[in-house]
Every structure is written in structure tokens, then in C-alpha cells.
Write a protein that binds this ligand. Structure first.
Ligand code: NAD
Length: 494
């Protein structure tokens, strides 16, 4: 082993060692009540990184007790104080970005530069909601008949369960924790079992930033249902915010019915990316590459179906294949790696199955098309498929990997019909040099968000969320805090 490899391995070990490996309940780090642990895996080597507690129902009840006990005091804290805690946490994350980025890469796989991008994006939610904490307002009006006044106030919803996915291990957390802290809600956070370490590191930072004990409780577990069910059945829980697959989201909406919980759902996508005949080809290829390859294609916002006007299809497909085919696949810690491994063997198996299915029904492989063999980890190379027929499963299911299926269309009505022919509606992308055409697409596409000549839409300052089976509610922007506030109306006799 060379000196520099040895040093890198030591640094990796150190960032993992530094993370507190406990359940955070009422401000204390503890093991699971039944002593169970599970191993966290590095997807680039398929080797374990470390073990974390494997919480069960008893731990969930203890976390609920802590969140409920802290709620009244936390709601009474000055909004400015809550904002200052978020601001300090923002600064600590930015200060520690290098270690946090390496940690995220080790548990999730994406290249370190992309992890750093997520860390900074995640921190921005804290900066944004630090500013929003002091802007929660209400209303006062004279009743229409002049008899009395209408007074409207907004108050924290109460203890919230926040469940996050593995693909953005920190940003999907701060997008919920930021507004919950700003609004004055206590929380129980359950990170995805594949990526608990980034959340544990974040919880420690929030403690260092001054978040009082019991406001944020964290349960790591490989048994999500055993932890979430007793919480969803507990009448003290008032809110569920979930980011993950539509299937699990539907199940949790069902379970939330008994307690009539406020729910926010950020679910799966099946984003169309439409390249019109008048698009700027280079801009469209650039946008498509980002919309497809960000996060190794493992994003709810990933372009899942590329609809390209027949006049541009050949040139677009060729340029996209050149661009994606030249990307460097490697372990996320390697300095030149641009495409890391998929999260696990199930993720790799799904991508492989979808590509085989598409090729089986007539799609043509332009680049990629086979899992990388001869190395450990779950690597799949960037892949472009042309002539993908309508019955290919990947046009209906989230691919969640670096595979771009290209389909041609002949006019705008056809493109809009194809794009809307899905139960999902998270994000869409349209490339056109015509403002008039862009507006028509924006109005007719069934989507929560639209990238107009842009391959990335995410920013803490905008309302993120989907329509149809992609979700309920919005995260970020001015409305993000509303998900954590209840409205109370007081009829005043004067
Ligand atoms: P997932 O639904 O498998 O898991 C998400 C979370 O739910 C994890 O924490 C998991 O442990 C937990 N979970 C799983 N089963 C559960 C159960 N029965 N009860 C309670 N919790 C349970 O999704 P994933 O594979 O982690 O993430 C990928 C999915 O997330 C994709 O569908 C993607 O589109 C979606 N996603 C959506 C957004 C968005 O903002 N709309 C953002 C990121 C990811």
C-alpha cells in the first residue's frame, strides 16, 4: 500500500469513527433497548463500514416520550433563538463540509465532489429557514357585518415523524428539520437504513449549535415498520413528513388515517425531458446529461424518459452517448470519478432488469448496457438506449440509475400526451428556444416543477414537490414552513 493510499484509508476510517453511533433520544446517545445493531455498507466495495443501533418499538416509544416532553417548551422559544440555532448549524456544516462529504460518499457512493454539493445544498435549507423562523405571521380583520373581529394565528403542528431516503442522506433531512425547527416542532427522525451516518453527524452538529435536548431524536433501524407503526399509532404524534418511494408513501398515508395526521409526501418521479425541434442542441444535451447523471441517476428528479423531436433525435442521441460514455466510473473517493456505484445489489438488479427488458422489446444500445463486471460494489455504466418502444417497463417505472432511454416524437401535442401518460408528476424538463412554446408546455404538463432549458430545478428558495402520485405538499420556498404550522382562528367580540 502506498503512503497516500494508506493516508486516505486512515482518513476514511477516522471520519467514520468520529460519528456518534447511538440512538439520539432526549439529548442522550444510547444503544437500542434490545442491544441490536446492524452493519452499514460501503456500496463501492460491498464491505461493512461500521455498525449502528437497530432501533425497535421500545426505542420508538422512548423517542416519542422525549419529543412530546420537549414540545411545549420548544414551541415557547423565541423564533429568533430558533433561527439562530439553524444559522449556527448552517455555519458548522459549511465548516465541516470536507469530512461530511467523505462520510456521505462512503455510505452512499456518489463522488466526493457531488457529496460536497449536497452538503452545501443541505446547509442552505438551514440558512433559508433561519430567515423564515422570524417571518411566521397571522391575520386580523373586521368581520364583514362589522360585528366582531377575525383573528388568525399560526402555531407549531406538534411532534413530527420525519422519514428520509438514502439518495440524498443529508439534504432530505435538512429540508424537513429546517422548517420544523423554525416553526417550533419537536421531531423524531428515521433516516434510511443504508445511510444513517450523515444523519447522526447532522444531529451532533445541531446539538453543538444549541438545539435543546429532546427537540430532535434520531432512530437508526433496519426495521422501519417496527419503528414507524407505534409512532403513527401514538396520539401524541401530529405530523408525518416522508420522502421515499410511492409504494411506501401510500402505505404510510393509510397508517396515518387513524390519527388523522397532517402528512407531507415527497414520493417517486418519472420525469419526462422534452427536446423540441427548435431547441438549442448543445444546451439540451448539457441539460439532459445533468438531469440524468446527477446523483448517478438515483434522484427522484432524474430525467427518466427523453422525448426528442424526430429532426434532432439522431444528433441528440449521438452527442448524449458521447458525453455519458466518456464519464469516468469509479469509487466516489477517487479524484477523477464522475459516476459512483448504485446503492445496493437490489438497485443494481433493478437497473439491469429494466435495460434487459427494453432491449428485449426492441431498444438499441448506443453506449453502456451491461453491469460492470470484475470489481466489487454495485457499478453500472452510463447507458443510452435509442428507439425505446412504448411497452418498455423503464418508461413507466423509475429507473434510479444512469440509463437514458430516448423516444422520438413528431409534434407538441404528442410530446405532451406521452409526457403526461404516467401516474407520477414530480418534475419535467423542456428544451425550446421559443418562449411561447415554453409557456404552453408549462401550462399543459401535469407536473409539480418544470425545468425550462434547465436540467436542475432544486433550490431551498423554491417550493419543491409533486402532483398526482408524486406527492402531497411542498418543501422549501416561502410555503415550506406551512407544512409544520397549524392555523387557529379566534372569533373576537368587540
Ligand atoms: P423507500 O420508500 O424504500 O424508503 C424511504 C424511507 O422509508 C427509508 O427511510 C426507509 O427505511 C423507510 N421505509 C421503508 N419501508 C417502510 C415502512 N414500511 N414503514 C416506514 N418506513 C419505511 O425509498 P428509498 O429507496 O430510500 O428512496 C428512493 C425513493 O425516494 C425513490 O422513489 C425516489 O423517487 C424517492 N425520492 C423522492 C424525493 C422527492 O422529493 N419527491 C426525493 C428523494 C427521493
Amino acid at each position: 500500500m502506498s503512503d497516500s493510499t494508506d493516508m486516505s484509508a486512515k482518513r476514511e476510517q477516522l471520519v467514520v469513527e468520529r460519528v456518534p453511533k447511538g440512538l439520539l433520544i432526549g439529548g442522550r446517545w444510547r444503544p437500542a433497548k434490545d442491544g441490536r445493531e446492524y452493519e452499514v455498507e460501503d456500496p463501492s466495495t460491498a464491505q461493512p463500514l461500521c455498525a449502528v443501533p437497530d432501533a425497535g418499538a421500545e426505542d420508538a416509544r422512548a423517542a416519542m416520550d422525549a419529543a412530546a416532553a420537549a414540545q411545549a417548551g420548544w414551541a415557547a422559544t423565541a423564533p429568533r433563538e430558533r433561527g439562530e440555532i439553524l444559522r449556527r448549524a448552517y455555519e458548522l456544516i459549511v465548516e465541516r463540509q470536507n469530512d461530511l462529504a467523505l462520510l456521505m460518499t462512503l455510505e452512499m457512493g456518489k463522488p466526493v465532489a457531488e457529496s460536497r454539493g449536497e452538503i452545501l445544498y443541505a446547509a442552505e435549507f438551514f440558512r433559508w429557514f433561519a430567515e423564515e423562523a422570524v417571518r411566521v405571521d397571522g391575520g386580523w380583520a373586521t368581520a364583514p357585518d362589522g360585528n366582531g373581529r377575525i383573528w388568525v394565528m399560526r402555531q407549531p403542528v406538534g411532534p413530527a415523524l420525519l422519514i428520509t431516503p438514502w439518495n440524498f442522506p443529508m439534504a432530505m433531512g435538512t429540508r424537513k428539520i429546517g422548517p420544523a425547527v423554525a416553526a417550533g416542532c419537536t421531531m423524531i427522525v428515521k433516516p434510511a437504513h443504508q445511510t444513517p451516518l450523515s444523519m447522526l453527524a447532522l444531529a451532533e452538529i445541531l446539538g453543538n449549535a444549541g438545539l435543546p435536548d429532546g427537540v430532535l431524536n434520531v432512530l437508526t433501524t433496519s426495521r422501519p415498520g417496527e419503528v414507524s407503526t407505534p409512532l403513527l399509532e401514538d396520539p401524541r404524534l401530529r405530523k408525518l413528513s416522508f420522502t421515499g418511494s410511492t409504494g411506501v408513501g401510500q402505505k404510510l398515508i393509510g397508517q396515518s388515517a387513524a390519527g388523522v395526521l397532517r402528512t407531507s409526501m415527497e414520493l417517486g418521479g418519472n420525469a419526462p425531458l422534452i427536446v423540441c425541434a427548435d431547441a438549442d442542441l448543445e444546451k439540451a444535451v448539457e441539460g439532459a446529461a445533468i438531469a440524468k447523471m446527477r446523483n448517478i441517476g438515483e434522484a427522484c428528479t432524474a430525467a427518466n424518459r427523453m422525448y426528442v423531436h424526430q429532426d434532432l433525435a439522431e444528433a441528440f442521441t449521438g452527442r448524449l452517448a458521447e458525453k455519458l460514455g466518456s464519464m469516468v466510473v469509479g469509487r466516489g473517493t477517487e479524484p477523477d470519478a464522475q459516476v459512483g456505484p448504485l446503492i445496493d445489489s437490489a438497485g443494481l438488479g433493478k437497473v439491469d432488469r429494466l435495460v434487459r427488458d427494453a432491449v428485449g422489446v426492441g431498444a438499441r444500445v448506443v453506449t453502456g448496457g451491461e453491469p460492470l463486471s470484475g470489481r466489487p460494489g454495485y457499478f453500472y455504466p452510463p447507458t443510452v438506449l435509442a428507439d425505446v418502444p412504448a411497452d418498455a417497463a423503464m418508461l413507466r417505472e423509475e429507473i434510479f440509475g444512469p440509463v437514458a432511454p430516448v423516444v422520438t416524437f413528431t409534434d407538441d401535442d404528442e410530446a405532451i400526451r406521452l409526457a403526461n401518460d404516467t401516474v407520477f408528476g414530480l418534475v419535467s424538463y423542456v428544451f425550446t428556444e421559443s418562449l411561447r412554446r415554453g409557456i404552453r408546455y408549462a401550462e399543459r404538463l401535469e407536473t409539480g416543477m418544470l425545468g425550462l432549458n434547465k436540467g436542475v430545478v432544486s433550490t431551498p428558495a423554491a417550493p419543491f414537490g409533486g402532483v398526482k402520485q408524486s406527492g402531497i405538499g411542498r418543501e422549501g420556498g416561502f410555503v415550506g414552513i406551512d407544512e409544520y404550522l397549524e392555523i387557529k382562528y379566534v372569533a373576537v367580540d368587540v
